[in-house]
Write a protein that binds this ligand. Structure first.
Ligand SMILES: Cc1cc2nc3c(=O)[nH]c(=O)nc-3n(C[C@H](O)[C@H](O)[C@H](O)COP(=O)(O)O)c2cc1C
Length: 174
């Protein structure tokens, strides 16, 4: 893969919220999680663990944690990224966000679709559903499956709005 192919790969990832009925082989999920282990983390603390949820009843409960969680029901698999606060006290959120992003990109590389489902306002409920112990936090849930839609890219801020030179506010691009 040449450099421009990889940039194209990054730019073609989309959040996918509609999935084919086709199942996803668990070996593919393991392949993806194997890649996620290589995400960077503070002091290489790797404060992540993953719960692969195939059970329909469990996915149904997770899909009701809030009004934007319905893709969890529509996808054949959900992956919950569980983070150990004590393993990386200052950086666990960002460490586990890195692992989550690696999962999304590895899935994309295999032609699978994902969408990140917000967990942070519903931590206790999710912990109860999944029997997650004290000190561990579900940082993200990813709905995962074969895409059944091709969404247009979502609008992005222009570089002119967000890039500064040397100090904040000194725009690099006018
Ligand atoms: C932290 C975070 C929480 C998100 N929560 C949800 C969610 O609960 N439900 C949902 O459908 N999408 C969710 N998304 C997906 C975003 O809406 C999506 O990434 C954004 O609109 C950009 O679209 P794109 O991923 O297709 O580029 C979340 C994304 C992130 C990073």
């Amino acid at each position: 893969m040449c450099e421009s192919d990889f940039l194209k790969f990054l730019l073609t990832r989309r959040s996918i919220r509609k999935f084919k009925k086709k199942p996803v082989d668990l070996n593919l999920v393991l392949k993806i999680l194997d890649v996620a282990r290589y995400a960077p983390s503070a002091k290489n603390s790797q404060p992540w663990e993953f719960i692969v949820v195939t059970d329909e009843a469990v996915r149904e409960r997770l899909s009701r944690i809030h009004m934007w969680a319905s893709p969890i029901r529509k996808a054949p698999i959900a992956i919950v990224v569980v983070c150990d606060k004590d393993a990386s006290p200052t950086s666990y959120h960002v460490d586990c966000a890195n692992a989550t992003m690696y999962i999304m990109l590895a899935a994309h590389a295999l032609g699978l679709g994902t969408v990140w489902i917000q967990t942070l306002r519903n931590i206790d409920e999710i912990k109860e559903i999944l029997k997650i112990p004290e000190g561990k936090i579900p940082i993200a849930i990813l709905a995962l499956g074969w895409p059944d839609e091709k969404p247009e890219p979502k609008p992005r801020k222009r570089l002119e709005e967000i890039v500064y030179m040397n100090t904040y506010g000194n725009k690099l691009l006018k």
